[in-house]
Design a protein around this ligand. Sequence first.
Ligand SMILES: [Zn+2]
Ligand SMILES: [Zn+2]
Length: 195
Amino acid sequence: MLPIERQNRIKELILERKNMKISELSKEIGVSEMTIHRDLKPLMEEGTVIKTFGGVMLADMNVSKRSVSDECVLCKRKVNERMAYRLFLPNNKIELACCAHCGLLRSRQLGEQVMQAICPDFFKQTTISAPLAWYIMDTSVHMGCCHPQVLTFEWKELADKFVKGFGGKVYSYSEAMEAIFLKMNGNGLNCSKHH
Ligand SMILES: [Zn+2]
Ligand SMILES: [Zn+2]
């Protein structure tokens, strides 16, 4: 098979199943995982698919927009696409959060129910996989959504540079999730009792 034929086959498979592991694609198409990685690169660059843990998923934003309102699942704020954070749950359920602040807090609440999450890259406005993204808090740039603010970046290198210029701290997905939770609840007060 020519690379372009493989890429079309990969697209078909991902369209059909929405979510696939690299190992599954390698088996289906009968080439090595290295080759699959190479074939996926242009598909990710054109925005058809998004990398996830050990696999890829369809980047069909129209599907995800259809089934949800434009209200944040957590704070009920009207969502601005520039900051929007989406959570993919079992049974094709999708939740929309206004920004990474609410997205991370909601992900922490739902735990393992979250199959995948996507958010925009702060610089390029491309859609990226949230678990693979880098998060910046306490920077001097304010986007006007929730506080404490959380910005999302695809590349750590750029996040580091951003912090050098505008202040703040870079976190990985799991670090950011804990950090935002602690900032909201961890002031030594038993906030949970207020509910
Ligand atoms: Zn919100
Ligand atoms: Zn927000």
